[in-house]
Design a protein around this ligand. Sequence first.
Ligand code: C5J
Length: 235
Amino acid sequence: MTNSSATFGKVAAEPEPIELDWTKTALLIIDMQRDFMEPGGFGETLGNDVSQLARAVKPIAAVLNAARDTGMLVVHTREGHLPDLSDAPPAKVERGAPSLRIGDPGPMGRILIRGEAGHDIIPELYPLDSEVVIDKPGKGAFYATELSDVLQKYGIENLLVCGVTTEVCVNTTVREANDRGYRCVVLSDGCASYFPEFHEMGLKMIKAQGGIFGWVTDSAAVLEALLPETSKIAV
Ligand code: C5J
């Protein structure tokens, strides 16, 4: 938000609606990278049908545009490793029987390596220079990153969370954030999984038991709650 005084919006969500102070809320977009979204990347090397993830792009783009209009803090994350793999545990690199392993050369450069084309964020959701990009070696966005410091610096208490995949990096990050005291509101249509049943279950796990890890909403509900804010943009 460009204005430091509190502005509240009520978001329809499960297990119950949640009132958010937009000045203390950030949009956190998890790992919308070519390596997960496009053929030839990390996701496909693991045997996944990457077309399953495409459905999340438009809902995220709509909320990203609204967040930009209101001046909300936007944070993008990217999963990936240093070229020498010094931050990639052998237990991660050697696991399973992928067609290509992390660090191997692929059609979009070395698989899941920082600086390679596949590691970059898809053009539809490309970060602005003013937005924060967090490079993370793990599934959770707090592990071995500067995310905590960034959120504290901006006085953030609430996270609108979206991205891929629902049950892996989105869920891990929401759990990490919940333990750190953040209210996490997850966009159901702004997340996706290679496994539709894991997507459904991943969301259920977040909102069960009175919202044990957070709240689940959708892009339309966030846009509706944010709409009054877009007319308050400071110039
Ligand atoms: C995975 C992620 N699925 N971003 N990463 O390995 O969810």
